[in-house]
Design a protein around this ligand. Structure first.
Ligand code: NAG
Ligand code: NAG
Ligand code: NAG
Ligand code: NAG
Ligand code: NAG
Length: 757
């Protein structure tokens, strides 16, 4: 048939055209070349350009395709390359790794927004002062969506001049000048090249400067180190009180590496600068979608590895994916933070027309009137299935019938955005949302319409009422903030779980901290994240919010113990973490109500007071980290440029890294694990080991008593593990060293795969 022929012809012509005319597709790649190759960064810059020119032909081509050069703290670059060019570069022996740019997400969602007051800092831990004045020397670098410099949380009243060690900058940009920095906010940089290169077609308009239009960066920065600000409150006067960050006197520097998301080239550029600028601690509430890439094909891991070389602690969020095997930011040189609740509930009750009360959670600043209640499935727009309308997905509700109604929405999958459902109800003119989700439990937020998140038990009260009348009505009551809620903390359902998918011997996450309904500073223009309100302080949830709590505690420790390494600070927090909630039971998981395991919360819930007196710490030298890293390469040769020190012939086994927790992912029969403790308590200290063996595994410690006689003395010991009963899954235990006053606890996680002979 003629028609078919001509169609066929047309198709062939079209594909010939594509084959001949289209330039080979380029994409953004990171080329990582390890340690700084020369101390003068101008030299490194020239070397890197000439390296790329070797592949692309000319220096002009190299310049045209360069995204960022990394030269201040390590060597490498990001560039637009074809797959062939990338393959050529991969063969060059200077290259440690080359990988396509990936996107990372801020570890919260725009829908998890909140209201209220008070300090977001763990309520049960009183002010760990004493060290706060000296916190002024500590510089916290935050990798995020930028900063709202006018926030009261970043005022510099009474703060002394900027520490001399600071080599950073306050970069001019749109609606942001160097005058926006002060003695509190001492640095602000932004990185757009990687984001722009990711999709040159898409010209998203955003403010090209460190100014935060999203809110996330302002929130995390003020949680880590915001100053104490009295007399703040949310609309409706909910929860008036004071806001404060973890280390209120520390200095902060904003590194804006995130726009809609955060691209590898920009993240790495942030690390290249922050390390050279002289930050003491880096807080990054961002991460890749699971599963995460190997450490040297992941910008955050690479950057953090070089931060470590300069003794800079890097604190990151574990992610909000909830399920086992989803934790990210897994390298042992990152402190990986899970999220848990605090002892505060935001009750958003709904009064039904029959007088019954439906209990739920949300942040509603005001009482509403009575409105008719309708199930989402009965409001489907033309062409939408009732099932889809029941989930209140975008554009699923009919405008005419939704107008003025309270809509009942369901969840298709548990971690769907509640904010997006409320936005759909608002778009269609609805008066409010009742959201039924079995995983609601403890997550409250403000929405664009009055709302209440409720579980199945409450939903049955609602359904019975809906059945009993032809004109069901309901109204929302102003949120009632309940303090001293029990039990708390609980590990949040969304907090990403271990085991570690890259190095299963290293238990991840490391620790948990408050991450639910956290109040912190907010840009007044970021209304989308605040229930369509202009606010100066807002509530968010996520491991994003937990991470800066840990950053704040780390800043306090760094101020108090300037000579401690990043590994010592991390160990102090992990070995003193608490396991019990405010009912003196083991901390539980929100959804399952089962006791949390190390794969939920690592070593436990941070205890800022105990962390200041750990007694003993597990330190890790740069040589040990390097040896560990060398063990990760396909061959030690592949990592030869990683650091100035060459790889040792026999890299350390990952279970023998001197980590503050103990993991063996493939325990066949018997194995001895070594660790070494450093005395940071009284010179004369006598410790005894107490073992809580995982089921089916015999654990013994040798020596079982340690006598320290001087400060910073190191003593090694071995932990012998012997399988009596195969588990085929991880089983958990613990090792606790105690002198009667200090309790230096390490969780143990082993997968017992074969019985000892
Ligand atoms: C990496 O190693 C190669 C070969 O050993 C060496 O020639 C090169 O200078 C090194 N590159 C850097 C950036 O140190
Ligand atoms: C229902 O929603 C799904 C996505 O959840 C979509 O793929 C499908 O096309 C929708 N169907 C209708 C008829 O709206
Ligand atoms: C409501 O009524 C429907 C049928 O009219 C019934 O299937 C359903 O079980 C009832 N629900 C409740 C909670 O009473
Ligand atoms: C936000 O509020 C404005 C003004 O009150 C309104 O026009 C807009 O529709 C609201 N946006 C949403 C998503 O509800
Ligand atoms: C434990 O080891 C067994 C045997 O190698 C393996 O099949 C299983 O997946 C492991 N469990 C986990 C949680 O990694």
């Amino acid at each position: 048939m003629g028609l078919t022929k001509s169609n066929l012809w047309y198709t062939i012509v079209a594909s010939i055209f594509v084959l001949t005319a289209a330039a080979p597709h380029k994409k953004a790649y990171i080329v990582y070349m390890g340690e700084k190759s020369h101390k003068d960064h101008n030299v490194v810059h020239a070397q890197v350009h000439s390296f790329l020119a070797d592949t692309l032909g000319t220096l002009e081509e190299a310049q045209r395709n360069m995204i960022h050069t990394y030269k201040r703290s390590f060597t490498g670059f990001s560039a637009m390359l074809t797959d062939d060019q990338a393959a050529q570069i991969k063969r060059r022996e200077e290259v440690v790794s080359i990988f396509p740019s990936k996107s990372h997400k801020l570890h919260t969602t725009h829908s998890w927004d909140f209201l209220n007051t008070i300090d977001s800092f763990p309520a049960q831990n009183s002010d760990p002062s004493g060290c706060e004045a000296s916190g002024q020397d500590i510089i916290v670098g935050v990798f995020d969506s930028g900063i709202w410099p006018e926030s009261k949380s970043f005022n510099d009243v009474g703060m002394p001049p900027i520490p001399r060690k600071w080599k950073g900058a306050c970069q001019d940009g749109e609606q942001f000048t160097a005058r926006n920095c002060n003695n509190k906010l001492i640095g602000a940089r932004f990185y757009t090249n990687g984001y722009d290169a990711s999709d040159p077609e898409l010209q998203k308009t955003f403010i090209k400067s460190a100014r935060d239009t999203d809110g996330h960066g302002t929130h995390t920065t003020s949680t880590a180190a915001g100053r104490i600000v009295n007399g703040i409150s949310f609309p409706g006067g909910l929860g008036a009180g004071a806001a404060r960050g973890g280390s209120p006197n520390s200095r902060v520097a904003a590194y804006k590496v995130c726009w809609d998301d955060c691209k590898d080239p920009d993240i790495l550029a942030g690390f290249d600068d922050a390390i050279a600028d002289g930050v003491d601690i880096i807080s990054a509430s961002i991460g890749p979608d699971p599963p995460q890439a190997n450490y040297f094909e992941d910008a955050i891991s690479i950057g953090a590895f070089h931060a470590l070389q300069k003794n800079i602690l890097v604190s990151c969020s574990a992610g909000n994916s909830g399920d086992p095997f989803t934790a990210t930011n897994l390298s042992p040189w990152i402190l990986t933070v899970a999220a848990s609740s605090i002892d505060r509930r935001f009750e958003a009750d709904v009064v039904l027309g029959n007088g019954k009360i439906l209990q739920g959670l949300a942040v509603n600043p005001y009482d509403s009137q009575f409105f008719p209640v309708v199930l989402g499935k009965d409001l489907a727009a033309a062409g939408v299935t009732p099932a889809n309308a029941s989930f209140c997905h975008a554009d699923s509700l009919d405008d005419v019938r939704t107008k003025g109604k309270i809509v009942v929405c369901q969840h298709e999958i548990p971690i769907e955005s509640r904010g997006a459902k409320a936005a759909e109800v608002s778009r269609a003119g609805g008066a409010g949302m009742i959201d039924i989700n079995p995983e609601v439990k403890d997550l409250a937020q403000p929405f664009v319409v009055p709302a209440s998140l409720t579980d199945e038990a409450q939903a049955s009260i609602l359904r019975a009422y809906l059945n009993s009348t032809s004109s069901p009505m309901a109204k929302f009551l102003k949120t009632n903030v309940v303090l001293h809620d029990k039990p708390s903390p609980k590990v949040a359902f969304f907090s990403s779980r271990g085991p570690n998918t890259v190095t299963p011997d290293i238990i991840k996450p490391d620790i948990t901290a408050p991450g639910l309904t956290i109040l912190a500073a907010w840009p007044p223009i970021a209304t989308a994240g605040a229930g369509n309100r202009s606010v100066d302080y807002n509530f968010l949830s996520g491991t994003s919010m937990a991470c800066p709590h840990i950053t704040g505690v780390a800043a306090l420790l760094k101020a108090r113990f300037p000579y401690w390494t990043a590994a010592m600070i991390k160990s102090a927090m992990m070995t003193t973490a608490t396991l019990s909630d405010n009912t003196n039971s083991l901390i539980k998981n929100t959804f399952t109500n089962t006791p949390a395991t190390p794969f939920d919360f690592g070593s436990g819930h941070v205890n800022p007071v105990a962390a200041q007196d750990p007694g003993l710490v597990y330190d890790i030298s740069l040589e040990e980290y390097t040896s560990f890293a060398c063990g990760l390469g396909p061959s030690p040769g592949a990592l030869k440029n990683l650091t100035i020190t060459a790889c040792p012939p026999n890299p350390i086994a990952s279970y023998n890294l001197n980590y503050p927790s103990i993991g063996v992912a493939d325990l066949r029969g018997s194995l001895s694990v070594t660790r070494s403790l450093t005395n940071v308590g009284p010179a004369q200290s006598h410790y005894r080991a107490k073992v809580y063996s995982p089921p089916g595994v015999i654990v013994s410690v040798y020596p079982s008593e340690l006598q320290f006689t001087r400060p910073l003395q190191k003593i090694s010991f071995t932990v012998s593990l012997s399988v009596q009963q195969r588990s085929q899954d991880f089983v958990f235990g613990a090792l606790v060293w105690s002198d009667g006053k200090h309790f230096v606890r390490s969780p143990i996680a082993v997968n017992a795969t074969a019985i000892a002979s």
